[in-house]
Unconditional design. Sequence first.
Length: 92
Amino acid sequence: MAVVYYSDVTDFHERVLAVVAKIQRGRTMTYKEVAAAAGSPHAARAVGSIMKSNYNPNIPCHRVVRSDGTAGRYNRGDENKIKILKEEGALK
């Protein structure tokens, strides 16, 4: 088993936030796609944890959705996530 140092976790966290910050209005990415773009394709659950703890308004975590096409969870309310994505044209 590989040893994970705190700096590795912080680096991944920063890479995830950088990827999500670039998701444009009306677009979405899955947790798996974000994980892959951040360099760890098998870390979709970790992306979810990072999104759960994000309250930075410059990081549009509501634009990260589940692979099955559903919105998934949102730290500001699941219904609110769906509402915002519909307003942005990302969900019908």
